[in-house]
Design a protein around this ligand. Structure first.
Ligand SMILES: Nc1nc2c(c(=O)[nH]1)N[C@H]1C(S)=C(S)[C@@H](COP(=O)(O)OP(=O)(O)OC[C@H]3O[C@@H](n4cnc5c(=O)[nH]c(N)nc54)[C@H](O)[C@@H]3O)O[C@H]1N2
Ligand SMILES: Nc1nc2c(c(=O)[nH]1)N[C@H]1C(S)=C(S)[C@@H](COP(=O)(O)OP(=O)(O)OC[C@H]3O[C@@H](n4cnc5c(=O)[nH]c(N)nc54)[C@H](O)[C@@H]3O)O[C@H]1N2
Ligand SMILES: [Mo]
Length: 768
């Protein structure tokens, strides 16, 4: 008999079909306008051969190998029972806390974990470590670290990046022209953090196209925007968006098209920026011809585009990925400055924003209601690093660094505990990470799967998947709250984070602080009721918990009129003071200037990246590699599912090359290549696509890191994880964000034997 259970994931809500304790299929949520194909991979992942069946400990660690021992990843694991695992983990947490202080426990655990908001692994771990004395956390994120550090200085808010951003319904009704730096990505629209009840990104892009909005895809890749009427493509050279924006700004100034009235009343610092654009400062005039040289877009096209922007109701948006590159603050800042020069900020459907094509829910109408979530506990260690400075932290305990106006030092990390994220997916320059990883005494990993992270741990704790527990899916960007009902029993000895962390809390003497004396069921009610109370204060009526759980979901009503960001700035005189020192939009920031950072001065500037096609390094490594988000999975999640596996070429992650670049190397579709630079190398399967700039290659993130010789830094990744190639550096001292998209490589045919991809199965397990 088939049982049906409502459930949800970051890639969508669904009904689970269960037969005899097995998840046999999933059906998309009935109210989803455009369900994601990724749903098909869920049963494969849940019942994958790579599930972790019980706790394990690395053999060398059990034998006393700690700091400075071997590189992790090359040794067998010894199975242990849960009592042993709980005692080992609690012992290590207490030892490091007492001997070195809680800041020596790195519990940042960056990552997406699951959509379920209660059994959210990272939040549970933070609660446990906070209850037991504290830990070093991580600030900002890999998505838009540079942008979110910058924007409060410039616009007094991060809403322009996280939302509510300029709404699609206003864009459709009012804008005639929309510049999309990095395109509008339907593949990214498959995802909402916390779960999507409805995938509406496609609907909105289609509506904009039908309404006659000219949609300009400014990207190295044509496919970054769907092929619809009104869509045009400007094939920009990667890493040069700020240069294009400067070129546009120059035309606006030269042709008297800048809105000087708006600039005077709503912004500060325009004079300094103007002098820079004109070349009165900074050495060179940022003319359209100059911009053409950097961007590869003809000067006439730039000039015409600037005129069109000034003549039409215009919306400017940039994908978050634009700032995931060297000096990533600059294009984000310059986009705001360009919108200010056009003077349309605060008009419905016009102005600027970020991420309209980066994730489902961006630009869609939403309530102000807070999503359902698990509250955190105060962290007494008061220690953190900017999220992407992970390897730096491990390499230089006590080492100084700068971030957003502060002089800081890295903690001395002795213990790492990761739950709900995957640094062997998300971090750049994995070979460097692997070397630094060896400096830590103990590494604990909570994971459902033997992925690359679990394989590089000392103590491995097997977690349940969401299908094995009750939870609630909820996202501020989505109008649905979803009941996630347990559909199948836990796999083997896998346990819920809340349950085994409760036992570890017990061993540490802090169980009541961790649990607040509540069981799972009580927590779900408490979390739901808190959100419901918040809704009531906004005048929204939501059903009580029992009615919600019975129905399987709640649809929160969407207000008829939405938010128009900066509406008060459009008035003359402005009726709105921004939360910046000047109360205005800051095209020059005294605060940022006062930091004295050479890599992020007081107004937007053009810096030539170290790695882009205009750099000297491009003579040796002539291909710019874009490691974009995968259409076939979420980051590293679902890589073992059919959608991802079906996309691979002889088991390798595809890399898409321009026909000229393939021809120059004698490569055909389906060939295997070695992609390499000074940092590392991986295999990949060739796809040929004419719809991208020459000398640009695209390889999605997320293929599980699978080194030919596990435990040997620099070993070839036989599967195709691009993060063995990407550079690990901060965007600037301001944002310290990751720079994955600034990456040069060379590509050659792989003539050797094709090593097997083993990472989706079990690692070597020793006798206990
Ligand atoms: N080269 C390159 N690298 C990038 C990017 C890029 O553009 N290019 N993008 C970056 C961005 S924007 C991001 S957000 C990051 C994403 O990086 P991550 O968020 O770290 O990637 P995920 O694969 O989602 O990792 C989530 C992990 O949680 C585990 N997990 C899921 N559910 C549970 C659970 O219930 N319990 C436990 N214990 N674990 C669970 C999954 O198995 C998975 O290993 O990657 C970044 N890395
Ligand atoms: N299916 C799927 N969807 C996802 C995710 C996923 O893993 N899978 N991850 C989610 C997450 S965590 C995030 S943060 C968002 C990220 O959303 P984004 O940051 O918007 O996604 P990216 O793929 O990094 O970049 C968007 C596009 O920018 C283009 N691009 C790269 N460099 C440049 C450049 O220098 N200039 C210009 N103009 N374009 C450039 C690339 O071709 C790429 O397709 O996606 C979310 N959506
Ligand atoms: Mo992200």
């Amino acid at each position: 008999m088939t049982e049906l259970k409502p459930h949800a994931a970051h890639w969508g809500a669904f009904t689970a079909e269960v037969n005899g304790g097995q998840l046999t299929a999933v059906r998309p949520f009935a109210k989803d306008s455009n369900p994601s194909a990724l749903l098909a991979s869920i049963p494969d992942a849940v019942h994958a051969p790579g599930r972790i069946d019980r706790p394990h400990v690395r053999r060398g660690w059990l034998n006393g190998d700690r700091r400075g021992g071997t590189f992790r990843g090359g040794e067998p694991f010894v199975p242990v029972d849960w009592d042993t695992a709980v005692a080992l983990v609690a012992g290590e947490v207490a030892r490091v806390r007492d001997d070195h202080g809680p800041a020596s426990i790195f519990g940042g655990s960056y990552g997406w974990a699951s959509a379920g908001r209660f059994h959210h692994a990272r939040t549970q771990l933070h609660r446990l470590l906070a209850a037991s004395g504290g830990y070093t956390g991580q600030l900002t994120n890999y998505s838009y670290a540079a942008g979110m550090t910058l924007m409060p200085h410039v616009a007094g808010t991060n809403d322009v990046i996280t939302g509510p951003v300029v709404e699609w319904r206003d864009i459709v009704a009012n804008a005639r022209l929309m510049l999309c730096f990095g395109g509008l990505l339907l593949r990214n629209g498959q995802i909402t953090s916390g779960g999507a009840g409805s995938h509406d990104m496609r609907l909105w892009i289609e509506r904009a196209s039908r309404a006659g909005v000219r949609l300009i895809n400014i990207s190295p890749v044509r496919g970054d925007m769907p092929d619809l009427p009104g869509v045009e493509w400007l094939a920009i050279r990667p890493g040069t968006d700020a240069a294009l924006m400067f070129g546009l700004a120059h035309v606006l100034i030269e042709e008297g098209l800048a809105d000087n009235g708006f600039l005077a009343r709503a912004t500060v610092g325009y004079e300094k920026l103007r002098a820079y654009v004109l070349g009165e400062t900074g050495g060179i005039a940022k003319t359209a011809a100059w911009a053409a040289g950097e961007t590869g877009i003809p000067a006439e096209a730039i000039t015409q585009l600037a005129r069109d922007c000034a003549a039409n109701p215009t919306m400017l948006t940039a994908a978050w990925g634009i700032q995931r590159s060297e000096f990533g603050e600059q294009p984000f800042w310059m986009l705001a400055a360009l919108a200010a020069m056009l003077g349309q900020i605060g008009r419905p459907g016009c102005g600027f924003g970020y991420g309209h094509g980066s994730m489902n829910g961006m630009g869609m109408a939403r309530t102000d209601m807070a999503s359902v979530n698990l509250p955190v506990l105060p962290n007494a260690a008061n220690s953190w690093i900017p999220v992407a400075r992970l390897t730096d932290m491990l390499e230089q305990p006590g080492g100084p660094y700068q971030y957003n106006g502060r002089d800081l030092t890295y903690p001395d990390t002795r213990l790492i505990w990761w739950a709900g994220g995957n640094p062997f997916h998300h971090h750049q320059d994995l070979n460097r990470l692997l070397r630094a990883w060896a400096k830590t005494e103990t590494i604990i990993v909570s994971e459902p799967w033997w992925n690359s992270l679990a394989r590089h741990a000392d103590i491995v704790l097997p977690a349940t998947t969401t299908l094995e527990r009750d939870d609630i899916g909820s996202a501020a960007r989505d109008r649905f709250i979803m009941a996630m009902k347990q559909a199948i029993p836990p796999y083997a000895q896998a346990r819920n984070e809340y349950d085994y962390m409760g036992d570890i809390a017990e061993a540490l003497g802090v169980r009541p602080r961790f649990t607040q004396q509540r069981d799972t069921n009580t927590w779900l009610r408490v979390m739901y009721d808190r959100a419901r109370d918040g809704a009531t204060r906004l005048g929204l009526v939501l059903p009580d918990f029992d009615a919600f759980w019975e129905a399987g979901h709640v649809e929160v009503p969407i207000p008829q009129t939405g938010t128009v960001p900066f509406a008060g700035l459009a008035a003359d005189p402005p009726a709105e003071k921004l939360n910046t020192p000047s109360g205005k939009l800051e095209l020059y920031s005294e605060t940022i200037a006062s930091f004295g950072y050479p890599d992020c001065p007081g107004h937007p500037v053009w810096f030539a990246p170290r790695e882009y096609l205009g750099a000297e390094l491009a003579q040796r490594f002539p291909i710019h590699l874009l490691s974009s988000q995968p259409s076939t999975r979420l980051h590293s999640q679902l890589d073992q599912g059919r959608v991802s596996l079906d996309s691979k070429i002889r088991g390798r992650e595809p890399i898409t090359l321009h026909p000229d670049d393939a021809a120059a190397r004698g490569l055909a579709e389906g060939d295997i290549v070695r992609v390499f630079n000074n940092r590392g190398a991986c295999l990949a399967g060739v796809r040929i696509g004419a719809d991208q700039r020459p000398r640009v290659a695209v390889m999605s993130t997320g293929a599980w890191f699978d080194p030919l010789e596990p435990g040997v830094p620099g070993s070839l990744c036989v599967h195709g994880n691009p993060n063995v190639l990407t550079q690990d550096a901060g965007t600037s001292r301001l944002g310290q964000g990751p720079v994955a998209h600034s990456c040069l490589v060379q590509i050659e045919r792989w003539n050797g034997e094709l090593p097997p991809v083993k990472v989706h199965g079990q690692p070597e397990i020793a006798e206990s």
